[in-house]
Design a protein around this ligand. Sequence first.
Ligand SMILES: *[C@@H]1O[C@H](CO)[C@@H](O)[C@H](O)[C@H]1NC(C)=O
Ligand SMILES: *[C@@H]1O[C@H](CO)[C@@H](O)[C@H](O)[C@H]1NC(C)=O
Ligand SMILES: *[C@@H]1O[C@H](CO)[C@@H](O)[C@H](O)[C@H]1NC(C)=O
Ligand SMILES: *[C@@H]1O[C@H](CO)[C@@H](O)[C@H](O)[C@H]1NC(C)=O
Ligand SMILES: *[C@@H]1O[C@H](CO)[C@@H](O)[C@H](O)[C@H]1NC(C)=O
Ligand SMILES: *[C@@H]1O[C@H](CO)[C@@H](O)[C@H](O)[C@H]1NC(C)=O
Ligand SMILES: *[C@@H]1O[C@H](CO)[C@@H](O)[C@H](O)[C@H]1NC(C)=O
Ligand SMILES: *[C@@H]1O[C@H](CO)[C@@H](O)[C@H](O)[C@H]1NC(C)=O
Length: 434
Amino acid sequence: MQQLLWAILLFVFSQNSVAFDPLDPFGNITIKWDVISWTPDGYVALVTMNNFQMYRHIMTPGWTLGWNWAKKEVIWSMVGAQTTEQGDCSKFKGGNVPHCCKRDPVVVDLLPGVPYNQQIANCCKGGVVSSYGQDPSAAVSAFQVSVGLAGTSNKTVKLPKNFTLLAPGPGYTCGPATIVPSTVYWTKDRRRKTQALMTWNVTCTYSQFLVSKHPSCCVSFSSFYNETITPCPSCSCGCHNKDKCIKSGSKRATSVGVNTPRKDNEPLLQCTHHMCPIRVHWHVKQNYKDYWRVKLAVTNFNYRLNYTQWTLVAQHPNLNNVTQVFSFDYKPLVPYQSINDTAMFYGMKFYNDLLMEAGPFGNVQSEVLLQKDKNTFTFKQGWAFPRKVYFNGDECMLPPPEAYPSLPNDAKIEAITISAIVASVIWLIHLFIW
Ligand SMILES: *[C@@H]1O[C@H](CO)[C@@H](O)[C@H](O)[C@H]1NC(C)=O
Ligand SMILES: *[C@@H]1O[C@H](CO)[C@@H](O)[C@H](O)[C@H]1NC(C)=O
Ligand SMILES: *[C@@H]1O[C@H](CO)[C@@H](O)[C@H](O)[C@H]1NC(C)=O
Ligand SMILES: *[C@@H]1O[C@H](CO)[C@@H](O)[C@H](O)[C@H]1NC(C)=O
Ligand SMILES: *[C@@H]1O[C@H](CO)[C@@H](O)[C@H](O)[C@H]1NC(C)=O
Ligand SMILES: *[C@@H]1O[C@H](CO)[C@@H](O)[C@H](O)[C@H]1NC(C)=O
Ligand SMILES: *[C@@H]1O[C@H](CO)[C@@H](O)[C@H](O)[C@H]1NC(C)=O
Ligand SMILES: *[C@@H]1O[C@H](CO)[C@@H](O)[C@H](O)[C@H]1NC(C)=O
């Protein structure tokens, strides 16, 4: 029944949108322009970027927003952000030179710690925006722009066109700006409301396939009931970088400069057979009468990147009965009211929300205790393994079903629970060596 529902939902949604994520069907980034005043030659707008995606955040080096002016507009000034180039402002004589004269301005956030007179609320975070599921209050970024040589009323103003969003890399497609009902602002005591003079919205959606034809993470499995460790499929993330990778423990892996990020964010990977920057490991650790326990580990194989505010999403039918999650923060995701099988995990602030670069500290781990639903629970046929796994909003490659650790024939689970200890040891070795 559930499978059928999923199939129908998938079909319905995939018909009308390319960038559709079944685990976050309503996720998008919305950019809203509120005109807050008209000026003699244009307007002042408050631009707010809201990340409505449950588990896809914008990490360092942050967002870059571009658009094309419809006419010959210029940007007189900005607060809380800046354009990356001024462009040719030579026709402006005298003291008053615009901040940017380009027809296609490209805007970036300011870094934290700029003087107060250059800040506005929700600005100056180096372009880092949290996912909505992780922290709704930090899932917003804003700046103010003063536009000149533009329309000066809601009849003459022309909306900017061709919005582009890098967050920080490619993947987002933005729709056209559309006029929406003016934003309403309430005073603090909620006794008076004011409204923007005019508001338009732009919606941007994410598609993993615009980034790369290969996944960016893979999943490996193990269990207490079978000694086999099911590795990530070979070349999960494409083996095109194989000649540039670094052998773990080699001289080069510990040399100075390996960890220096590059301007183009090109990764420098540790050599593995999967060649993924991220591996997620799902270990079925223990079996109790009414509960079972899963161990989760995420390993970073990129020497040049620390993952800040990382997120992990897993889909499994028993995630409707999570009893306890150790050392990760956890939130159930229920995009379709009737199906509760998806969980989002993320690091605890100041404890493990930073997944360090490849090396001895490049991993984070947790355990999840689940209550069995007696009608569906089984260790047979790989049921105990996840159906889908996402890291930072990108879907990870799973092993093929025939490779899953299988239950030994007619063995009693209770009897082999003892071997859980052995399996854990193997698992630990696996974590540090592979
Ligand atoms: C964008 O996301 C919000 C919040 O989930 C949703 O209400 C809105 O309909 C979405 N917009 C589009 C165009 O999908
Ligand atoms: C415009 O964007 C804001 C968020 O920035 C959202 O609350 C509002 O619903 C959007 N309006 C429409 C019509 O999509
Ligand atoms: C927007 O992009 C399209 C296609 O890239 C281009 O033809 C058009 O001129 C652009 N619009 C503006 C106002 O630059
Ligand atoms: C433009 O402003 C006039 C009044 O100044 C208002 O009646 C009208 O609804 C506004 N139109 C839009 C599209 O906001
Ligand atoms: C990762 O973070 C640590 C601690 O903040 C820092 O020392 C290291 O240089 C960072 N590595 C990269 C690749 O940015
Ligand atoms: C979904 O399952 C989680 C984990 O047991 C639970 O906390 C949450 O209340 C459930 N949500 C719904 C809507 O059933
Ligand atoms: C969790 O499992 C218990 C025991 O099987 C069951 O009674 C309960 O309804 C389950 N909760 C959910 C949200 O499915
Ligand atoms: C463990 O799982 C593998 C892969 O499914 C299977 O080939 C093997 O027979 C299993 N081992 C035992 C002892 O059942």
